[in-house]
Write a protein that binds this ligand. Structure first.
Ligand SMILES: [Zn+2]
Ligand SMILES: [Zn+2]
Length: 299
């Protein structure tokens, strides 16, 4: 049986990654997976198995024996064979989505493009964006503060203007932080553990930051303490009363998200942080224990 912390699943023995990628290292097989997922997607929510002949018609191959050989190689791990035909298994859908997203193949680049908005540190309207190594970086050209630097897949540039890319990046990072703070890895859905880290590049200018690490795929999310408050209803309504909509500006224009201005460290062992945001005649005080927001008050 299982213990409380560890749920056992009826997993078959895991295929080594090298074997899984070897199975995919063939054009006919990739076309077969793409064809299978395409035909399944075209059915909407019905998801009937796809017949051998329909699938074969999607793939350029010299004869049906050659096609069948490759299809059989994909069985079990990527393709399920039923009495009525073939279905794409979860790994096949993931592979095809990664191909469509350009995750393995596309390169995009941007070098210090000026963008709209103003710096929450110095107030100047001299924000710049660059895209290097599949990360989007936003910095202020006036005070040289790096405002954010986060993973963004190259497929995110497809059919979008730069303004739309930045909007998508803003939403992606906010959702990633929400997922991580809720303990769900935004990359692989496994558990994420939160802790406070002081292992931070000095040029970022933070003494400590909340850090969330995936127990399975090692994906990590490193927001600011202020970012943990963005979805809190009392924080949202406090800002609304001040005439500010927290959802409207991109997060890199919010001092709450990209600076330590409102944050004070109360204790290091255990970690206790207070975020105090001044308003007109009231102020918002949030208490964070470790990476958990335990209390939000408006006084
Ligand atoms: Zn600045
Ligand atoms: Zn993960």
């Amino acid at each position: 049986m299982t213990d409380e912390d560890d749920t056992e699943t009826n997993e078959e023995p895991t295929l080594p990654p090298t074997e899984a990628f070897r199975l995919l290292s063939d054009g006919t097989r990739l076309q077969t997976l793409q064809g299978l997922v395409e035909l399944t997607d075209a059915q909407g929510h019905r998801s009937e198995p796809v017949s051998f002949s329909d699938l074969h018609a999607q793939v350029e191959t010299r004869d049906s024996a050659h096609f069948n050989y490759h299809l059989q190689e994909l069985r079990d791990q990527f393709v399920e064979q039923t009495d009525d035909g073939y279905r794409a298994r979860y790994p096949a859908r993931k592979v095809v989505r990664a191909i469509r997203a350009g995750t393995f193949t596309e390169r995009a680049g941007l070098a210090d493009e000026p963008i709209d908005g103003s710096c929450p540190q110095c107030g100047d309207a001299d924000l710049r964006v660059s895209y290097v190594d599949e990360k989007l970086h936003v910095r202020c050209g006036a005070c040289e503060t790096g405002l954010t630097s986060n993973d963004f897949p190259p497929g995110g540039f497809e059919e979008r203007s730069l303004a739309d890319v930045l909007h998508a990046f803003d939403r992606l990072v906010r959702h990633r932080v929400s997922f991580a703070a809720d303990g769900v890895c935004p990359e692989c859905t496994a558990k994420m553990d939160g802790h406070v880290t002081t292992d931070i590049p000095p040029e970022w200018g933070y003494e400590a930051l909340p850090a969330f690490d995936c127990v399975r795929c090692d994906f990590s999310v490193l927001p600011s303490f202020g970012m943990l408050l963005l979805d809190h209803p009392d924080v949202v309504s406090f800002h609304r009363n001040q005439g500010d909509d927290l959802r409207e500006p991109p997060f890199w224009e919010l001092a709450l998200c990209v600076s330590d201005r409102f944050t004070s460290i109360e204790s290091r062992d255990p970690w206790r942080v207070t975020v105090l945001v001044p308003g007109g005649d009231e102020e918002l005080v949030a208490s964070i224990h470790g990476t958990d927001v335990v209390d939000v008050r408006v006084a």
